[in-house]
Design a protein around this ligand. Structure first.
Ligand code: ATP
Ligand code: MG
Length: 420
């Protein structure tokens, strides 16, 4: 072991397990790529002010969890704790919303950083795949995103997840509810921090995970009772579209989510096999965010799914993904001349699209065959001096042990035929 270890709250993705992560990212993004979402990549850090304004001054993310720092040049930056603010910033900066083709639909995949108390499913460096649909107020768009996330999880074989759904109201009805909630919360027995939160962002108190707070929340005014007619109608349409698509959901009046910018539709995907880190993904509508970061009014909706927790959910359900072996053919040369000839064959096979590896490092036959088996390859290509003198190589089926001599110029065809 070296003197260095991965920083606290982080872990490395190593083969073969890392292949699962690639497959999960691929599976989550596939429905998006199939639905008009274009790929966007933004920097790993941004001006800290973007998150302060875009995520919210009163959120845990900004007050406690952000990796903020000052550069040598005096810029105040932060490692990105989430994707939405950056994606919207980039879309506004590039005027994507002015192309006359709204909504702008984007998807992303990457690393996010939050200074949290590390535990299973909660890391300081984690990975998300996300989607944002910018510039349209249409319940079908909210429904689309939820349907696509549902499809993504199902395509991976996940079954024991639930979709929690709520509406947070808009700038008409939310303030009325907010005031009623504050009245209620001010009557409770809360610590100073939480009292401050009651003043700044009372909805988030509903999201408090502590039992001491939770048990006092029964009887709190419910947002659903305060929704204006427009919000009610909008929410009803989202629900109808989901039902029509066969996507089951649960109405959860307490679902507020940790970010300040959400309006109307909010949702979370929870998995029951993950203990307290049960949220595998979440999202919602953020109609006010663009204006909060200095843009025009652009009603938008999006989600982010956690790759790490999705992998944990797969493990919890005992789902093993069907990931093909990285190597199909493994070449084992016996002697210098064979080394030259087989190495050339390896390149030919690779060019033909066949995943091929080679016994490097001058291993003996026994060791090389061990490596061949370990690689997961179905075929070994073995050649020694006698084979080369006859212009052939031995094609060994590593499952059956059966071996046949194949002329050099027929290797690609024969390998293809055998692999099927
Ligand atoms: P939680 O309530 O568990 O803290 P969150 O509401 O902060 O989650 P979001 O900001 O909505 O999470 O991020 C979307 C998804 O990203 C989460 O559902 C989760 O799967 C994942 N995620 C968030 N924070 C972490 C973390 N620290 N470690 C691993 N995954 C995370
Ligand atoms: Mg969190």
């Amino acid at each position: 072991m070296s003197t260095f270890q991965a920083p606290k709250g982080t872990y490395d993705l190593l083969p073969p397990h890392s292949a699962t992560y690639l497959t999960v990212r691929e599976a989550i993004s596939a429905p998006l790529r199939n639905s008009g979402y274009g790929y966007i990549e933004t920097p790993g850090f941004e001006n800290v002010e973007l998150f302060a304004r875009g995520v919210g001054e009163s959120t845990d993310i900004v007050t406690k969890e952000m990796y903020a720092f000052e550069t040598k040049g005096g810029d105040r930056l932060a490692l990105r704790p989430e994707g939405t603010a950056s994606v919207l910033r980039a879309a506004l900066e590039a005027n994507l919303h002015k192309g006359g083709n709204l909504p702008v639909k984007l998807w992303y995949s990457g690393s996010y950083y939050r200074y949290e108390r590390p535990q299973k499913g909660r890391y300081r460096h984690f990975s998300q795949v996300g989607a944002e649909a910018i510039g349209a107020e249409d319940p079908a768009l909210d429904a689309e995103l939820i349907i696509l996330a549902d499809q993504a999880y199902r395509s991976l074989g996940l079954r024991n997840f639930r979709i929690l759904l709520n509406s947070l109201g808009d700038k008409e009805c939310r303030p009325v509810y907010r005031a009623a909630l504050q009245d209620f919360l001010r009557g409770l027995d809360l610590d100073d921090d939480t009292r401050r939160r009651v003043d700044i962002n009372p909805l988030r108190v509903l999201d408090d995970k502590r039992e001491s707070v939770r048990k006092q929340l029964t009887g709190a005014p419910a947002l659903g009772d305060y929704l204006c007619e427009a919000c009610k109608a909008y929410h009803e349409q989202v629900r109808e579209l989901l039902t029509a698509a066969g996507v089951a959901f649960e109405n959860d009046a307490n679902l507020v989510r940790g970010l300040d910018y959400y309006t109307r539709t909010t949702f979370e995907f929870v998995h029951d096999g993950l203990g307290s880190q049960s949220a595998v993904g979440g999202g919602g509508r953020y109609d006010g965010l663009s204006e909060m970061i200095g843009g025009p009014a652009l009603p938008s909706v999006g989600w982010a799914l956690g790759v790490d927790r999705t992998v944990l959910a797969l493990e919890a359900e005992g789902v093993t993904l069907d990931i093909p072996a990285a190597t199909a053919v493994y070449a084992v040369p016996l002697g210098e001349e064979a080394r030259r000839v087989l190495f050339a064959q390896v390149t030919v096979l690779r060019k033909a699209g066949i995943a091929t590896d080679f016994a490097f490092g001058g291993k003996g036959l026994k060791n090389a065959m061990k490596s061949a088996n370990r690689s997961g390859a179905r075929l070994a290509l073995v050649a020694g001096e006698r084979d080369l003198a006859e212009g052939v190589v031995q094609l060994k089926n590593l499952e059956s042990g059966e071996q046949t001599a194949v002329p050099l110029d027929a290797v690609v065809d024969e390998v293809r035929r055998t692999l099927g």
